[in-house]
Structure formats: C-alpha cells, structure tokens
Design a protein around this ligand. Structure first.
Ligand code: SF4
Ligand code: SF4
Length: 159
C-alpha cells in the first residue's frame, strides 16, 4: 500500500508508536518507512535517542526511554516524517512540522487531517515556534481528541 499510494497501513503506523503508557510523556514518532541515505534526525538529537547506525540507509529507531520529546528532530527531518506525540487526558498533544502559508496562530481551531488528506477532527493550536535556524520549518503544538492519536498527522487551515 505504501509503495502504491504513499499512505502507510494502520499496522505500519502503529509499529512506530510506543505503547500508550510511554506517551504520558512526549515521544518522537518516526514515520520513516523507506531505506534512504539520510540521518539529520540522528545527528540533531541531543539525547542520542535516535539510532540509524553505520549504514546510513537504515531506517531510524527510537530509544523510547531516552527521548524527552524536545522536538528538535521534528524540524530537522527533510521529509517531514517525524512528529512528537503525548497523551494528556482526553487529548493527544502533537508537535508537528509545518511549512505552508498561512501560519496558524495560538488559540485557533484548524482542521485535523489524516494520512489520506481527509479532515477528521478539530485541532486546537497551542503554540507556534518559528526559528530562523529551522529554515522556515515551524514547530506547531496542537491538541486533538485522543481517539485520533493514531490517525491525526497534520493540520489544514479551516476555510
Ligand atoms: S524529540 Fe528530542 S529527544 Fe526525542 S528523538 Fe527527537 S530530538 Fe531526540
Ligand atoms: S531525517 Fe527524517 S527522512 Fe531522514 S532518516 Fe530521519 S526520519 Fe527519515
């Protein structure tokens, strides 16, 4: 399915999530599904929580216990393949990369979008960080209902 549509199967997505009890703290979700020569995620992590190893074509693995959820790897990934996820009560809180215009503003409600590009829920914008060192990739913190933990992937401006 991934090769044909570019959309990972639900099982493939689930394989990149740590168990729910680990998500009481923010953890990186590495949705990197191809063997490609790339490693900024590994080199950007100050906590050695991402392992690729000597073969740069190897898909990255998260060392869950080492990940603090800082989000540095999110904006370093050229493929926009990383988010940070955390469960907070009835909300799933994400840090996602965002490179489109317009930029969201804190407090706004945007559409929450799944991996097929479909609107699935409200996404409340909690914070917007845009630093020049991130080369125009913003780090957006947003909250969606927790039942969309494994479906939500990004936001779209509400028209
Ligand atoms: S979120 Fe921070 S600690 Fe976790 S893997 Fe990414 S850079 Fe490392
Ligand atoms: S930086 Fe992104 S695309 Fe590159 S290996 Fe890491 S997760 Fe995959």
């Amino acid at each position: 399915m991934l090769n044909r549509t570019g959309i990972p199967t639900p099982d493939l997505v689930l394989s990149r999530f740590p168990e729910s009890k680990a998500l009481i703290r923010p953890k990186a979700i590495l949705e990197c599904y191809e063997d490609i020569p790339c490693n900024p995620c590994q080199t950007s992590c100050p906590f050695d929580a991402i392992i690729i190893g000597e073969n740069i074509n190897t898909q990255p693995q998260l060392v869950v216990d080492k990940c603090t959820g800082c989000g540095l790897c999110v904006t370093s990934c050229p493929g926009l393949a990383i988010v940070v996820a955390q469960i907070k009560g009835d909300q799933a809180v994400f840090k996602i990369p965002y490179e489109f215009s317009p930029m969201p503003n804190k407090g706004e409600i945007w559409d929450g979008v799944n991996r097929s590009g479909e609107t699935i829920c409200d996404a409340k914008i909690d914070a917007v960080q845009l630093q020049t060192k991130n080369d125009h990739t913003a780090l957006i913190t947003c909250s969606v209902p927790v039942e969309y933990l494994h479906e939500f992937v990004t936001i779209r401006v509400r028209l």
